[in-house]
Design a protein around this ligand. Sequence first.
Ligand code: PA5
Length: 447
Amino acid sequence: MEALKLDVDQVYNFVSKEDIHSLKIAAEDANKALHEKTRAGKEFLGWVDLPTSISEEYLSDIEKLASQFHAEVECVVVIGIGGSYLGAKAVAEALSDTFAHLKKNNENPTILFAGQNIGQDYLGELLELLNTKSYGIVVISKSGTTTEPAIAFRLLKEHLENKVGKEKAKNLIVAVTDKEKGALRALADQKAYKSFAIPDDVGGRYSVLTPVGLVPLAIGGFDIRSLIKGAVYMQELCGLDASFTENPAAVYAVTRYSLYKKGKKIEILANYENKLHYFAEWWKQLFGESEGKEGIGIYPSSVDFTSDLHSMGQYIQEGERSIFETVISVQQSKYNVSVPPDKDNLDKLNYLAGKKIDYVNKMAELGTMLAHVDGGVPNIRIEIPAINAYYLGQLIYFFEKACGISGYLLGINPFNQPGVEAYKKNMFALLEKPGFEKETKKIKDRL
Ligand code: PA5
């Protein structure tokens, strides 16, 4: 199998090859520090060797659970937020038929998500649907105390118990959480739910290849073995002994860091296959939560092209020149669809007759890249042969490794997220959570 290809040729009008190569040693040192666990956040580096550490026994256990769900339910509601949601969502969306929910040939349970927001109507609509479906629940929370999934789980647990009875519901609920800490662990143990432990040394945004991602994906019928194989390939390619030029994650990290130092403070991840929309959401959490701290960090954003060329295209072409673009380019589509000839040619499209739709898409991609580079937007290109589980596995590990190296180049701890607590403190104060009395008084005085 091939590896993804990284092309940074279209940044050299903005940063020189010398700029990039001057960071070779720093990047190799950062990579080494990730393997040898010598820098900030060293207690959260379990993801570095994770792909090669996944055992056959472990996979079989997950697949056994998946078969049980396949036999028993039409839907599985996966409850989680942030790192306990985005990895599974990203892979499931990328690998699913866009219209699967309207096609009748889907033999795997449909994966639905909850707990990733606190929208009342979202939950109301979901409960209404679940009245008419047989379903199971996978509740995922590393801390076991996150408010959004906890609320969704309380609601759905009650709904399922009322629908099928407590005894049956118990066998349709799976918990993925810490091996000993947190409210969800206590609940899972008390109710004897089937459970999977999230390793202590893997943080939420790096956890897609733990049961956090693997359990929902296996239940949804996705090929988790190929996903892991792709990640293993990339783990080995970007390993401890990889030299700078042979390590695509290091080259990507250094290139974006060099652009940042030249004032390119916003990175836009672009796709031309809109199935990758949620992959970009996963990527934004990975880089945003890892790098945005201590007043620094590249702001990660994303676009779906060509759709967003008709909205954000104007800004990217001519707005403030503080952006660069990273394009995930997919070489092969699955289907073969061509533009049909038309005798009347009233739409003037006969010049494209017989051409593949993907050829038109590729010309849009090439034309956009040249226009954006001419307009002052450096372009990094990551090419994968196709969207499948294997190449998604490569991409996941590639970005994780690049993010670790990138964080160390910036001089921050890429494995903590102190900033996400601020909103929670205010929300708990406003909700008058016991233990937050002082904060409640303070916030109410302020309003
Ligand atoms: O990356 C992170 O740490 C966060 O986004 C968490 O994944 C998110 O807050 C969910 O946390 P938990 O799994 O503890 O419910």
